[in-house]
Design a protein around this ligand. Structure first.
Ligand SMILES: NC(=O)c1ccc[n+]([C@@H]2O[C@H](COP(=O)([O-])OP(=O)(O)OC[C@H]3O[C@@H](n4cnc5c(N)ncnc54)[C@H](OP(=O)(O)O)[C@@H]3O)[C@@H](O)[C@H]2O)c1
Length: 313
């Protein structure tokens, strides 16, 4: 048996229950991970609340254990799993949730070796957000060195990676954030900071070759206007972007993608982190049994960087 967080029915953060459940076994091609830390992503509460099912048809059979990002130690390997040995330190993403638990069975293809310089908590703050930011910057933004990227929501899980990836690409970055995160945005490399709580969006009209929007929502016309003619807008979460306005200005609005998992890319991101060329900000570190508080913080949309749950006190 093991401790795990489970959801029996969709609902508020309190729908998360801390329970004793059977320990999973490693199936073919899987390894069983002794989870040391699990990352929290907005997708976790969007699934817990039922919003993801309603909006995108994304649902899991109830009851289920949420969470995808994890870091830990290989406990045992399943039939045909040959990349890792018991005792290896790894990080990665589960295939169908299940990370908020003491053990998780994960396909070995969804893991990478944990670099010596990285601890479990920081590693668990990496996969989903970093992949999403990487895909938005490198595959969807169509940026060339010297061009300007505007990143909306730079202080969040995805945004804080996006600003760093864009700088590594040689872009000039305009960071959109609230004033309390101004210094943080600058520390990540932002060239210019726009405070959405006080500054006037008119100043940003046509300012960017690419806009990466991690905030979304319904009132996004100002963001569309901040893209120059011929530029690109990359939605990272759900948002309503006026196609008519985009066509009038000549802005390409990219499709909302789920960033694919690639072990080699995670290894490369691990190397950047080890070398100090990429920073993962842990805004809040809590214990697994504090998952309710972690979801409430994530859902408030005020978290800075990543929220991570530790399985041990
Ligand atoms: N497509 C995918 O595969 C994928 C993967 C991961 C995430 N996502 C989606 O991407 C979105 C962002 O995820 P995330 O993990 O980065 O979220 P997050 O960490 O929860 O974002 C929190 C940050 O958003 C900022 N923020 C809130 N309202 C803002 C506004 N109006 N303007 C500018 N910044 C604002 C907050 O900064 P302030 O306090 O300074 O406002 C806070 O630091 C979510 O919708 C998530 O579901 C998609």
């Amino acid at each position: 048996m093991m401790n795990a967080v489970r959801i029996h029915e969709y609902g508020p953060p309190e729908a998360l229950c801390f329970e004793r459940v059977p320990r999973p076994a490693a199936g073919p091609g899987e390894v069983l991970i002794r989870v040391r830390a699990a990352g929290v992503n907005p997708g976790d509460w969007q699934m817990r609340s039922g919003w993801a099912a309603e909006k995108f048809g994304l649902s899991l059979t109830l009851p289920f254990t949420p969470g995808y990002d994890l870091a830990g130690v290989v406990e045992e390997t399943g039939p045909g799993a040959e990349r890792y040995l018991a005792g290896d330190r790894v990080f990665g993403m589960t295939a169908t949730a299940g990370a908020y638990a003491e053990y998780a069975a994960v396909p070995e293809s969804r893991l990478a070796p944990l670099p010596a310089a990285l601890d479990y908590v920081h590693a668990a703050g990496v996969p989903m957000s970093a992949f999403t930011a990487w895909t938005a910057v490198h595959e969807q933004s169509i940026l060339t060195p010297g061009q300007t990227a505007l990143i909306n929501g730079v202080s969040g899980g995805v945004g804080h990676y996006a600003v760093q990836f864009a700088k590594l690409e040689g872009a000039r970055v305009i960071a959109v954030t609230s004033g309390r995160n101004r210094t943080f945005a600058q520390s990540l490399g932002a060239d210019e900071v726009f405070d959405y709580t006080t500054d006037d969006w008119v100043e940003l009209e046509g300012a960017a070759d690419a806009v990466i929007d991690t905030v979304g929502g319904e009132w996004t016309d100002a963001l569309v206007r901040s893209v120059r003619q011929g530029g690109t807008l990359v939605p990272v979460g759900w948002g309503q972007y006026s196609q008519a306005l985009a066509e009038t200005i000549g802005v390409r609005v990219q499709k909302l993608l789920m960033a694919p998992f690639e072990a080699a890319r995670l290894e490369w991101i691990g190397e950047l982190l080890s070398a100090g060329d990429l920073h993962v900000e842990i805004g809040a570190e809590m214990r697994l049994l504090e998952a309710v508080r972690a979801h409430a913080l994530s859902e408030s949309r005020r978290a800075r960087g990543k929220i991570v749950l530790r399985t041990e006190a």
